[in-house]
Design a protein around this ligand. Sequence first.
Ligand code: 6PG
Length: 248
Amino acid sequence: MAASDNRHVVAVADAKALARAAADRIMARIAANGDRVAICLTGGSSPKQLYQLLATEAYRSQIPWQRVHWFIGDERFVRSDDPLNNMSMARRTFLDLCAPAANVHPIPTDTADPEQAARRYEHELQSFYGAHQLDSTWPLFDVVLMGVGPDGHTASLFPDYPALDETERWVVGVPQAHVEPFVPRVTLTLPALNSCREMLFEVSGADKRAILTRVLAGENLPANRAHSMGATIWLVDKAALPENFRGR
Ligand code: 6PG
């Protein structure tokens, strides 16, 4: 079975409760690390409410912005001002209002191609981490946020794509996407994403129920190969939760 054994499914009422639960988990991870904190954000629509919540006074005033760094797990290879750009969504929603510019680490998309962008971001991550090799006892990130797509992809790791089997590189270019938007992508690889204290999936809405059923059955899907070296939490709202998980 491909599923990780450190996965915990946490069911919440709805999308609003899900955003709150995710925000509280992020706050707890920030509080647990008195030093420099690294958070890897995700794209797609799932984290939007969470990002909006982090911009509210209740959360914003509690975040030690000077020592928290924000990365992104994958990017669509479009200009930074394109509405499809993942980091731009996070920037518009909360980072530009709250975070020092030097603490925001977007994947560049002004390079010749996704592969060059991947090399640059890998270099940036390695400089931040202070080494070229990941140490299995020292996580790159405190928190990695994730979503899951209808085909079981996560970040831009699509089923049966070579990026999924990468063991050395931290970031790679993905020339073609498996689902919309059909633009090239740049993605962190499993070794980099999995190098975290906590991985937090957000899954919300009835249209996620079919893929979540497959994930929870342990099918060999990219999302089932992503798991933290610490805790892997799947925050799921009622609408997305498969029948056989209800009432557990
Ligand atoms: C992207 C993503 C991708 C996303 C899932 C879920 O760039 O599209 O990072 O992996 O998280 O496709 O997307 P939704 O949140 O929009 O359902």
